[in-house]
Design a protein around this ligand. Sequence first.
Ligand code: ATP
Length: 221
Amino acid sequence: MVAIFGGTFDPIHIGHMRGLIEAREAVDFERIFLVPSGTPPHKTHLIQSPGKDRLQMVRLAVQDLGFGEVSTYELDSGEPSFTVNTVSHFGNKFKKTPITLIIGSDSLLEINTWHRFEDVLSLANLVVLPRPGFVDKDSFDEVEKTLGPIKIENVKRNFPTPASDWITTDQKKGIILLKINRLNISSTDIRDRVKHGRSIKFLVTEPVEKYIIEKRLYREV
Ligand code: ATP
């Protein structure tokens, strides 16, 4: 089983890393790819750090995680980073292996705004990491509203045991909402703290913190 965890990672933080650890404990993934985005369609209005810095921070985080592989697929492709392209790319690369997309619950609630999101949902299982304020009470009601007429019959309302059983190559994919501690950590908050000279200790790993300081990322020019 192959998992993809995409993001802007500006910067990668402890919320991402704990999410990956929890997802890996819940599902026996053989390979997990972290895919920093190129030009994210939803974030073009925000100033982003250069891809090389975001990539380097992801590499530093993966060293500390002790698992995971970094994919430059989205950074390398000149095209906009549509998730559907990335999922298709990994699907073609790992034929017959179920592909799973790991996403935060905030992303799940806006999935209907993604380019060809129905195709994404037919190509990949979803493992969803709950974030504070998004999909509360471990309920899928909000998600069902978001998905609207899209029927994913394999949606699991509760944490399945073992979660791996619900990862499938079938046409109907599984959506698994993990029951994990929600960490109120976001890249936006970290950038804001740096900008205002506040500490980001324990919100990112030490090497990532050092990198941010050395490269003077997120400071106002
Ligand atoms: P920003 O604040 O810039 O929007 P972010 O903190 O949401 O950034 P991204 O790089 O956009 O980070 O997130 C990549 C993926 O990780 C998304 O699917 C997002 O929902 C998920 N994610 C981010 N932070 C957390 C967290 N604290 N807990 C669980 N999932 C998270």
